[in-house]
Design a protein around this ligand. Structure first.
Ligand code: A2P
Length: 315
């Protein structure tokens, strides 16, 4: 089997450049998807507590380990600390619950999922009657110090951030004993994140792109929303290379050195998304894809607008 290309972090760990996203995967579908992905050659599985399917991902992982398809050290498992567990005394407990669900004794990478803390020890989305989220005033720099302890205890190999903006990353760097190795953000041609990626590169932080296909299955899609996979300029490039639009979007990230985690629960699409290493995009076509950039953010987290740590400018 061909070894998947990796991106090296400043601490020496290597992250596979393509992995499986599990964000919108239903618990009843994700176990098979993870097993299929590992058999195809995927070595990075991206999880999160809030996805509500970590137990089912864990079933797949224990099955592939038991069958001898891969060893624990051959796969790179990421998960994320949810917003209701930012308070320092809750962080280790939250990680341990994730480890129990995934049936693992360590994670390769643990991220703070969002910079905003929500009211602790309630539902994952604690809301007022009017639907707005109830916030907590825990500061993410205090949460970061707890993640450092998890790494020192060997419960996680590396730590990082997700959905943080440049200023927020700077603040973490200013207090960090252990620097974040990775930032995971929404990234696709409609939101190419060039400035943020350049900033991360200057700080030695690797970047992972979520929603690389524009998340056509997002539950909050509205009628009339533009669909990236159907963009005529994209389908034109795909036809030229005899590849699918999804393969072009994934190759676009790989060519920029960005780790990419498309979600799929379909075996053929899992295979297709992994088969992106037998072509390269010309610099002209990369420039066309770059020109799609239009601040086309999909996940704006409107319910948390007003939170002092909300990371996006869409407020
Ligand atoms: P499915 O799971 O049925 O394959 P993103 O990673 O940007 O969030 O996008 C995930 C969505 O894109 C899911 O709806 C997934 O559906 C779909 N998808 C995954 N791979 C492909 C592909 N190669 N072509 C078209 N749609 C895809």
């Amino acid at each position: 089997m061909v070894k998947v290309r990796t991106v090296k972090c400043f601490n020496g760990i290597e992250i596979p450049i393509i992995g499986l996203g599990t964000g919108n995967s239903k618990p009843g579908e994700v176990t098979q998807a993870v097993k299929d992905a590992i058999k195809i050659g995927y070595r990075l599985i991206d999880c999160a507590y809030v996805y509500g399917n970590e137990k089912e991902v864990g079933e797949a992982l224990s099955a592939v380990f038991a069958e001898g398809i891969v060893k624990r050290e051959d796969v790179f498992i990421t998960s994320k600390l949810w917003n209701t567990f930012h308070r320092p005394d809750l962080v280790e407990k939250a990680l341990k619950e994730t480890l129990t669900n995934l049936k693992l004794d360590y994670l390769d990478l643990y991220l703070i999922h969002w910079p905003m803390a929500y009211k602790e020890e309630a539902e994952l989305f604690p809301r007022r009657e009017d639907g707005t989220i109830i916030f907590s005033d825990v500061d993410y720099v205090d949460t970061w110090k707890e993640l450092e302890k998890l790494q020192e205890k060997g419960l996680v190999k590396s730590i990082g951030l997700s959905n943080f903006n440049e200023k927020q990353i700077e603040r973490v760097l200013s207090i960090a004993k252990i620097k974040p190795v990775n930032l995971q953000v929404e990234c696709h041609p409609y939101l190419n994140q060039k400035k943020l990626i350049d900033f991360c590169k200057s700080k030695g932080i690797t970047v992972t792109a979520y929603s690389p296909l524009g998340s056509p299955d997002r539950p909050f899609a509205k009628p009339g929303d533009v669909e990236l996979l159907k963009d005529p300029k994209l389908t034109g490039i795909a036809a030229k290379y005899n590849k699918s639009p999804a393969q072009i979007l994934l190759r676009f990230q790989v060519d920029r050195g960005i780790i990419v985690i498309p979600k799929s629960v379909n075996k053929n699409r899992l295979q297709q998304n992994f088969d992106i290493f037998d072509f390269t995009l010309s610099s002209e076509d990369l420039a066309v894809l770059d020109s799609f950039n239009c601040n086309g953010r999909i996940l704006k987290l409107e319910a948390a607008i007003g939170h002092p740590h909300h990371p996006f400018e869409t407020q």
